[in-house]
Design a binder for this molecule. Structure first.
Ligand code: ATP
Ligand code: MG
Length: 556
């Protein structure tokens, strides 16, 4: 990337502001509301805000927009902090909270009343709607609009003290009930909520609206470029009105960009909360969720999320990005960085008749096909092995080209080990194969077999005497519709019934006893997997499939 060239349209604006000396030092902020866990859409905003600060040697704050106590909690605050850290960003100074500014905001509201620019309104919700007008018709002034300043001041104080019933009064700015932009028709600054706040407790009985809080918080923090998503474009005149009409310490400006929407999932905390609350998923960090904690638990590296966000256009329109694009970055990252290991999902016993009973050899095996820096491990090999049921067939009519695995009387190579031949199959009473009797072809480790012996392919395996029993969660897309919950369907109707398949009784190679959550492996021929954070019993790990080796959805 050409470093001297701004990376997107906001970077261009900043670059020019710096050149024109309108800005001395760039200050951005990431302002989540702690009413849910962060999702992949938030990652785009995080990368943009922290990325711009980094690009221009500025600073980025982490500020919780905690103005809606009913829906917010400390759990969400902590989860969000963990997610931002996971992405590798460090904010400037302490974590900030809108609630730290409640006193200042209140003071400014009082100032607006005193200046004749705000009033306490007692219209009911329904009347307020009626008075507001429509997109084509102007609104009408509230009968409370011109009440004496002292009356509004007294009422606001009573609202604050908890002496007024919820819903019976609000504080409104006095702007213009005929403004073509509905946001300018005397917007609400404060509502009454007799609700405790997770940080301020019962100190307040009124809480500021987003519009009254956001720009002022930016101004207090000296934010220079306040970046938000497109739905706030219509709020910008109001953002500017407050900045103009209040004695704020700085004059931030708001810029909007298109939010990230991903197909086959939802990027709305409200909808994700529904899935959690209604039990469709195992919490906010369910590996099928598009939350950052879900992606992490699934084994997606943060570097893949960063590379994906980097690939996204920062545009002035909303768009829908194909899930395959995210998957591409996940696979690319994992293919390059993960250690290879072997795990047999559906074990079938193989006994080697020409191998001495108790003899074990350790086979040095590279951890990555082309990265020697990832080292090697010693794979134990012995008389009894497991291969996957799907890698053996009794159908002798199968062509070599189609079935590159084991059939009776023929050869296959065990990955990193010998070429073996299947000599006989043992069946149970229902006719299922329970064991294969096989023989090794000597001297074939890393060597081509003698003339006439043609292995059909390479399969994975583990040694029976020291493999680890484990279970595997095979995750797939949570939804089987590109636009879940669209049209007549409910979100729940579009859940992919095969989004989770639990496979019990798998056998993993001994080295996987050292697996830790957050470290993803490639299980040869099966996909990428990592240890689940809610791992069951010691000695019986549960692995989550991060992603399949190939995209099985692109044909859909
Ligand atoms: P949601 O609809 O999921 O609740 P939100 O906008 O209400 O999202 P906030 O916590 O207010 O969530 O978001 C914090 C920041 O992240 C805001 O600046 C918001 O614009 C941005 N953001 C939220 N969703 C997306 C998205 N899908 N793409 C890009 N930025 C987003
Ligand atoms: Mg929001």
């Amino acid at each position: 990337m050409d470093k001297s060239k701004p990376t997107n349209f906001i970077a261009q604006i900043i670059s020019k502001d710096l050149q024109d000396k309108l800005t001395e030092k760039v200050v951005t902020r990431f302002p989540p509301e702690p009413n849910g866990y962060l999702h992949i859409g938030h990652a785009k905003s995080i990368c943009l805000n922290f990325g711009l600060a980094r690009e221009f040697d500025g600073i980025c704050n982490l500020r919780f927009d905690d103005t809606n106590p009913e829906k917010e909690s400390e759990e969400f605050v902590e989860a969000i902090i963990e997610d931002v850290r996971w992405l590798g960003f460090e904010w400037h100074g302490d974590v900030r909270y809108a609630s730290d500014y409640f006193g200042q905001l209140y003071g400014w509201a009082v100032g607006l009343i005193e200046a004749g620019k705000a009033y306490v309104c007692e219209l009911s919700a329904e009347q307020t709607r009626e008075f507001r007008g429509t997109l084509t018709e102007p609104g009408r002034d509230s009968p409370y609009r011109d009440r004496p300043v002292t009356e509004s001041l007294t009422l606001l104080e009573q609202m604050r003290a908890g002496e007024v019933a919820e819903g019976s009064m609000v504080l409104r700015a006095k702007i213009d009930m005929a403004a073509p932009n509905m946001n300018m028709r005397d917007p609400v600054l404060y509502r009454i909520k007799h609700v405790s706040h997770h940080r301020t407790g019962d100190n307040w009985n009124i809480y500021p609206s987003y519009d009254f809080a956001h720009g002022q918080e930016d101004a207090i923090e000296g934010v220079t470029h306040s970046i938000c998503t497109l739905e706030f474009a219509d709020h910008r005149p109001l953002y500017e009105w407050f900045i103009e009409n209040l004695p704020v310490p700085s004059k931030p400006r708001q810029y909007e960009f298109g939010r990230l929407n991903l197909n086959y999932t939802v990027t709305s905390k409200r909808k994700l909360k529904q899935l959690v609350d209604q039990g469709y998923v195992d919490g906010w960090d369910d590996p099928r969720m598009p939350t950052l904690s879900g992606l992490r638990r699934r084994g997606v590296p943060s570097t893949a999320v960063l590379a994906f966000c980097d690939s996204l256009a920062v545009a002035k329109t909303d768009g829908i990005v194909d899930m395959a694009q995210l998957d591409h970055f996940i696979r690319q990252d994992l293919n390059e960085h993960t250690t290879r290991a072997m795990c047999v999902l559906k074990p079938l016993k193989v006994t080697l008749s020409n191998w001495p009973d108790a003899e074990e050899v350790l086979l040095a095996t590279p951890n990555h096909p082309n990265r020697t820096d990832l080292g090697e491990r010693e794979l134990p090999f012995g008389q009894v092995l497991y291969i996957d049921c799907a890698d053996f067939s009794e159908d002798t009519g199968l062509s070599r080209k189609k079935f590159k695995r084991l059939v009776l009387g023929e050869y296959v190579r065990l990955r990193g080990a010998y070429v073996i031949k299947a000599d006989a199959a043992i069946h149970n009473e229902s006719g299922e194969v329970t064991e294969i009797l096989a023989s090794i072809v000597p001297n074939t480790i890393g060597e081509t077999p003698p003339e006439g012996i043609k292995p059909r392919g390479v399969i994975h395996w583990v040694a029976a005497h020291n493999c680890i029993p484990c279970d595997v969660n095979i995750y797939d897309r949570l939804f089987n519709k590109a636009a879940p919950g669209k049209g007549d369907s409910k979100l729940a109707d579009d859940i992919n019934p095969d989004s989770l398949t639990v496979v019990n009784g798998c056998k993993a190679e001994a080295s996987l006893a050292a697996a830790k959550p957050g470290i993803t492996y490639q299980f040869e021929r099966e996909g990428y997997f990592c240890l689940d954070t809610r791992n069951g019993d010691a000695g019986h790990p549960v692995f989550n499939r991060t992603i399949a080796l190939r995209d099985n959805w692109s044909a859909n």
